[in-house]
Design a protein around this ligand. Sequence first.
Ligand code: ADP
Length: 208
Amino acid sequence: MSKFQAYLVFGAPGAGKGTQGRALGTVPGYYHFACGDVFRSLDLSTPLGRQFLDYSGRGELVPDEVTIELWKTRMKQAVEAGAFHPEHDYLVLDGIPRNVRQARMLEDTIHVCRVFHLSCPDRRKLVERLKRRALRDNRLDDANEEVIRLRLETYDQESFPVISHYGEKLVERLDASMSPIEVLAKITAVLIKDRAGRAGEEGFSAPE
Ligand code: ADP
């Protein structure tokens, strides 16, 4: 099987990955996969559900093996259900890969077309957004300042190196402090340009 054509939406907690990923996922030809949403949808009384609660409650990443296995299972289901068509849909990955090891583990399954790095050096802005989201979405990991601090630390130490793993040529840096609609406009402009560049390519044809 050929690899999934993937765009990564990348950034610290609160940078807006989910907002952008969900918006793109409503466009035909783009399938949004949000790793955190998949974890949250688990039955939390199962061993994996409990593992997720333990790790996310400490601001840590869930271990790579179970994360990648869950991703593979869900992607297989999406293909079988006809929700994702690998031969002509782009996969929009949000929250995965989240460290360099996961990026390596996904190498034979996905081809990364580009990485959208939602960059937000102003940490206060991120914390503010997370606290607002805690109230709106009832997310425990957003409600506690100490957990937020640990998640940002995990991002710096484990996730941020993913950017240099893919290298400058693939990474499109965007200012995450812009409004969601402005970020979306920048992303879609790049997607349209990429699409034109791929016209006529063999093996993959984005829908009209
Ligand atoms: P955010 O990026 O805003 O922190 P997510 O919903 O993407 O929120 O992730 C919530 C939690 O789920 C993370 O803190 C982590 O514990 C877990 N998680 C999500 N994606 C992954 C992943 N790819 N690998 C390991 N853990 C993950």
